[in-house]
Design a protein around this ligand. Structure first.
Ligand SMILES: C[S@@+](CC[C@H](N)C(=O)[O-])C[C@H]1O[C@@H](n2cnc3c(N)ncnc32)[C@H](O)[C@@H]1O
Length: 271
């Protein structure tokens, strides 16, 4: 295995911080070494330090720069993660489509969507609750690899463990032949869910609509307080007046001076 010098580790951490806003700690050194060593080899470099030097000097092809960011992000996710949010989503959708509800599409943003499980879980919940009331889900993530995976709606069957039998039967097609061992999210749901690359530390994508619910979960944990506050301030400009923000239950927004009022654990509305 190639070596990673202290200087190269620091410089790749700085590079990743500039691009993603995330600071990698010393504890990530082994991970950086193993993930980037493989990548460097794929790009024909057997010396990781020189690969990193070329990266930071802007001498690598764009595809390699993108791949570095992809390899260094943590994309762990699963269907119906933190289920209390999906129960809350069901109640909000029910109110929206009831006699007192507002007209118009019910809109959800999965604002660090990873490979799409969060967005498709919300899609299953909305299809089940809303009937004919229109809805749309938008997913965004920094990593091009996970965005491409999310768009396919194709998952290994063992990802289905956190899905109910009912939703699995109704919304997932079991793969056959070359797709054996995989499942595909139903076309009806995929038609209402789209994904785009977007960096939360940058201005929001153009033409992003207003949302009833924004999932911003298990991503804030990677940012320092100032960057975290900055991201949340920008994201909540996209909440409809009675919309809510969901954060990961392990993430805290306290002490950041944000114009948010807690509604329930890890659920906030704009003040
Ligand atoms: C651990 S996953 C969380 C996925 C999902 N929200 C959940 O809770 O299961 C964190 C995701 O945040 C994305 N991410 C990290 N930094 C980001 C940034 N600056 N802008 C947008 N997405 C980012 C990563 O690529 C990764 O897919």
């Amino acid at each position: 295995m190639s070596k990673l010098s202290d200087a190269a580790f620091r410089s790749v951490c700085d590079y990743f911080w500039r691009v993603s806003g995330i600071r990698l700690t010393d504890a990530k050194r082994a991970l950086v070494l193993s993930r980037l060593h493989r990548l460097a080899l794929e790009h024909g470099h057997d010396d990781l330090d020189s690969f990193i030097e070329r990266l930071t000097r802007g001498q690598l092809p764009k595809a390699a720069e993108v791949a570095v960011v992809d390899r260094l992000t943590t994309n762990e996710t699963y269907f119906f993660r933190e289920p209390a949010h999906f129960a809350d989503l069901r109640e909000r959708a029910r109110k929206h489509s009831g006699p007192q509800g507002r007209k118009g599409d019910f809109r959800v943003w999965s604002a660090a969507s990873s490979s799409g499980e969060e967005a498709y879980s919300a899609a299953m919940q909305l299809d089940d609750t809303l009937g004919d009331t229109p809805w749309r889900i938008h997913g965004t993530d920094l990593s091009t690899t996970v965005v491409a995976a999310a768009r396919t709606g194709l998952y290994a069957l063992d990802r289905a463990q956190s899905l109910s039998q009912d939703f699995l039967r109704r919304y997932c097609l079991r793969g056959e032949g070359p797709y054996e061992g995989q499942m595909l999210i139903d076309r009806k749901l995929r038609a209402r869910v789209d994904f785009q690359c977007a960096n939360l530390t940058q201005p929001l994508p153009d033409q992003l609509p207003m949302f009833d619910v924004i999932f911003l979960r298990n991503v804030l944990i990677y940012f320092e307080p100032a960057a975290k506050a900055d991201i949340v301030r920008r994201v909540i400009t996209k909440l409809k007046p009675d919309g809510v923000l969901y954060t990961g239950h392990a993430e805290s927004l306290s002490g950041l001076g944000l114009p948010l009022a807690p509604v329930a654990p890890a659920i906030y509305r704009h003040e």
